[in-house]
Design a protein around this ligand. Structure first.
Ligand code: NAP
Length: 291
C-alpha cells in the first residue's frame, strides 16, 4: 500500500510561510502583494480554479482582484486588459486563466504579459530563463510537483523519472526541472506523449512517474512498477449523480489499481492541485519583492 502524498497539508505549510512573510511586510509598512486573475467565459472548472486562487490570496493576506469577462470578449479587448494590468503599479502579478475561448490566441495573450508580472511562468522569457537555470518564475504546477517531492523527502538522485505529457505548461517544464543537477531533482528523465510506442514498457521502468496527459484514469496498475512514486497531475470532472454537484474529481491515474502497487502516490483531489495554488502565491510574493 502506498504512502499518500498529502498536497493539502504540504501546501498549507507553504501558505503559512507566505502568511508570515506578509505579516513581516505589513509590520514594516510595506505594500502587501496583489494578485489579479483574469477569467474569460463561464467554464465551470476554470471558475472553480480562479475562485480557489482568490480564496488562497485572502488566506495568506494578499490583495486579490478577480476580473471576469464574458466568453464573447474579443482578443484585442483582452490584450488591452493585459496591458492595463502590466501598467498598473498596484498589481504585482497576474494570471489569465486557460483555456481561453477558441477565438483568442492564447500564445498572443501570454506574449503580451510583462515577464516580471507573469506569475504563471508561461512567458517565453521566463521559460527560456528556466531552461538556462537562471532566476525566474517557475511555472506553478511543475514548481508544486518538485516541492511535493522535496517536502516528502523523496530521493530523486539518479532515479528513472518518466514524464507522461509534453505540454508547455506541465510536461515539458517538469521534465527539464527533474533532469537538473540539483539536490532536489537530479533524475534521468524520459518524456512520453501520444506517439510513444510501447508506453507501458517505458512507464514500468519509472521510479518516479509524473502523469500529465489529460486522460481520466488512463494509467492502470499494470503500467506501474512496484514501489514507484506516482504523481498524478490530471483533474477531470466525471459524472456522479449521487453527489450534490453532480460530478466527482478523478486524475489521469486509476487510483484504486495503482495505489496498492506504488510506494508513494498523490490523490486527486488533494495532491498536485493545492500545490499549484501555493506555488502561484509564492511566485506572486517573489514578483512583489522584486518590485
Ligand atoms: P495538454 O496540454 O492537453 O497535454 C497533454 C499531453 O499528454 C500532450 O503532450 C499529449 O501528447 C499527451 N498525451 C495525450 N494522450 C496521451 C496518451 N494516450 N499517451 C501518452 N501521452 C498522451 O494537457 P496539460 O495542460 O499538460 O494537462 C494535463 C492534465 O493535467 C489535465 O487533466 C489538466 O486538467 C491537468 N492539470 C492540472 C493542474 C493541477 O494544478 N493539478 C495544472 C495543470 C493541468 P501530444 O503532445 O502528442 O498531443
Amino acid at each position: 500500500m502506498a504512502q499518500l502524498i498529502d498536497g493539502r497539508k504540504i501546501s498549507n505549510e507553504i501558505l503559512e510561510e507566505i502568511t508570515n512573510e506578509v505579516q513581516k511586510i505589513q509590520s514594516a509598512g510595506g505594500k502587501v502583494p496583489h494578485l489579479a486573475a483574469v477569467l474569460v467565459g463561464d467554464d465551470g472548472a476554470s471558475l472553480t480554479y480562479v475562485n480557489a486562487k482568490v480564496r488562497a490570496c485572502e488566506k495568506v493576506g494578499f490583495k486579490s482582484t478577480r476580473i471576469h469577462l464574458p466568453a464573447s470578449t474579443g482578443e484585442e479587448v483582452l490584450l488591452d486588459k493585459v496591458r492595463e494590468l502590466n501598467d498598473d503599479p498596484e498589481i504585482d502579478g497576474f494570471i489569465v486563466q486557460v483555456p481561453l475561448p477558441e477565438h483568442i490566441d492564447e500564445q498572443k495573450v501570454v506574449d503580451t504579459i510583462k515577464p516580471e508580472k507573469d506569475v504563471d511562468g508561461f512567458h517565453p522569457a521566463n521559460l527560456g530563463r528556466m531552461l538556462l537555470d537562471l532566476p525566474t518564475m517557475i511555472p506553478a504546477t511543475p514548481k508544486g510537483i518538485l516541492l511535493l517531492l522535496e517536502k516528502s523527502n523523496i530521493d530523486t538522485v539518479g532515479k528513472n523519472c518518466v514524464v507522461m505529457g509534453r505540454s508547455h505548461t506541465v510536461g515539458t517544464p517538469v521534465s527539464v526541472l527533474m533532469s537538473r543537477n540539483k539536490k532536489t531533482a537530479n533524475s534521468t528523465v524520459t518524456v512520453t506523449h501520444s506517439r510513444t510506442k510501447d508506453l507501458p514498457v517505458i512507464t514500468r521502468q519509472a521510479d518516479i512517474l509524473i502523469v500529465a496527459i489529460g486522460r481520466p484514469e488512463f494509467v492502470t496498475g499494470d503500467m506501474v512498477k512496484e514501489g514507484a512514486v506516482v504523481i498524478d497531475v490530471g483533474i477531470h470532472r466525471v459524472p456522479a449523480p449521487e453527489k450534490k454537484s453532480g460530478f466527482k474529481l478523478k486524475g489521469d491515474v486509476k487510483f484504486e489499481e495503482v495505489e496498492p502497487k506504488a510506494g508513494f502516490i498523490t490523490p486527486v483531489p488533494g495532491g498536485v492541485g493545492p500545490m499549484t495554488i501555493a506555488s502561484l502565491l509564492h511566485n506572486t510574493l517573489i514578483a512583489s519583492r522584486k518590485r
